[in-house]
Ligand binder design. Sequence first.
Ligand SMILES: [Zn+2]
Length: 501
Amino acid sequence: MRIAIAGLLHETNTFADGLTDYAAFEHKGAFPGLLKDQEILQTLRGVAMCTGGYIAVAEKSGMELAPLIWTFAQPSGTVRHAAYTRLSTELLDKLRRALPVDGVLLDLHGAMVTDQCEDVEGDLLQQVRSLVGPRVPVIANLDLHANITARMAHAATTLIGYDTYPHVDYTERGAEAANLMAAILKGAVNPVVAYRQVDLLIGPPRQCTLQGPMADAFRLVHELERQAGIISITLAGGFPFADIRDAGVAVVVTAHADAALAQRTADKLADYLWSRRHDFRVPLTPVREAIDYALRTKRGPVVLADGSDNPGGGAPCDGTVMLAELVQANVPSAVVAIIVDPEAVAQAHRAGAGHQATLVIGGKTDTRHGSPLTLTGDVRWVGEKDFVNKGPMMTGMRVRMGRAAVFVVNHVEIILTENSFQPFDCEALRCLGIEPRERLLIGLKSAVHFRADYQPIAAKIFDLDTPGIHFPNLFKCPYRRLRRPIYPLDEIPANHGPIRS
Ligand SMILES: [Zn+2]
């Protein structure tokens, strides 16, 4: 059994400034850059990503893998179409050379957009399908934030989405796809797929599967998955910061040789999500209120989630609104992770560790995340740093901060970095000698992923009401291409069902 594997992952925030180039896919930062051939197996073996799951299943079961390319660019603005076509050409050329293969496993995100194509994964799946023909199974893993289209669902044999946010099931979902591939090739299952879209947008904090309506929805998913004849159910919360027709919630049900069962099950789940739509509204807390809570209770760590500036959703990660409030509040102990600002890092390096300096920090990418702050404080540390994730998410993945600095102003430790990454793993602090359990306040540029590692140690978590292009209430997003009406942006007629085919 010979299976081609490839990965092409990007979550495109179409509201971000600038275009994402090919170089972003080659860049070694939070992710390992553009991997080719055996490099994929060497780098991702044992790493908590879907491809790590493919490798684990293959090595256990004797499945032969033909690795093509794998790349995961840090989420950012619209991808330049030429960058996508260069990557897809490399992938398809390698696939052509690898033929004949018995199946194809694709590690995709599902929310990639170029300046010429709203549905990149649909396009890629169709090209892979036309190359291998109608009989070869093609299974794609998708992020929980995929904006799944009918084209994607129809081009693939099936789609397997993550069941968790924070995404702590990459390896499991990859293994599920690889095991399903083996079952199909042995003739044990005959998958048929039903796809349903729901006219619902959900801000990231309410897509968290640890609590609230999304936890309830996944309980239903797992209950429905236990029905005889159901192979797998994908519920995608969608990525609302992509101004495309098909952004939002979608459901894919895979059943064994029973299209009617797949359809009924997809309808049931779509109806449920629609019935809970009011519960998906996102409650946010003003920064000052969250700081006052920490000062009053004196019990830490109180985590401030600055999700509006989450680099894991394409935001610049140099927003200053939360930082300004922390510096002004004269708190006894706080850390802010991270501010991506190569200029400020260079200033800190010039000043040197142990020296006082005045730095101009953040607010440099655009005008939507606060103004640059001129702050005088102490440079505690400068250097270049890598760390390996030790928490439950993307465990084992090496993250390169690049050049970095710890700058301390009024008891606020500011972690300044050259590279952009979402600081969801406690190692981002610990590798710099900062123990998160010992801080009263921790300001994180993360919407939800941080909860995997921080929720067990946090005294309290607040989703902040800060400005930015990842602002979870969605009413401020200047949508032009999104299908309408859609909840919660529009008044929805009472007779409007959940389903759009
Ligand atoms: Zn995601």
